[in-house]
Design a protein around this ligand. Sequence first.
Ligand code: ZN
Length: 155
Amino acid sequence: MQLNAHDCDGLRYSWIDLVAPSRVHAEMTAAQARQLAEALIACGDLWDSRILADSIPWAHLCPLWCSQHDEARDPKAEQWHSGQPWTVPVIGPQLCGSRVRVRLCAKDTRFDRRLFVCLTVRDDEAVELTGPEARRTAAALLNAADDLDNPLHRT
Ligand SMILES: [Zn+2]
């Protein structure tokens, strides 16, 4: 995550750049970063509350929150379950009309079920986070949003 600014015709445009491990990135305003942080915190809380219930032997039943599943996404998993996504539209100065999505996902193998908070930047491959990792990402976004709103950063 980084803060960027460019000056054009006497005006300064600032934004937060969220960069996925694949280098795909999304440009966000402070308000969008806060919205994404909220989604990450909400999903991190779901990850916490559902981890125990969902690790009890499940006999290949969908989790209650499952809204979509997919068998082919990962050769190591037998099935993926995905919850409803939180979608944050992002409108950076250079990348218009893209989006970042956060959703709770479960990966079933023959032996267990693991939960992830999946963060997708512009339809790239999802980054799999645990609940605590989702909250740390949210904290970094909130800090970046505060920095962006700090008058010292403006012209
Ligand atoms: Zn399912």
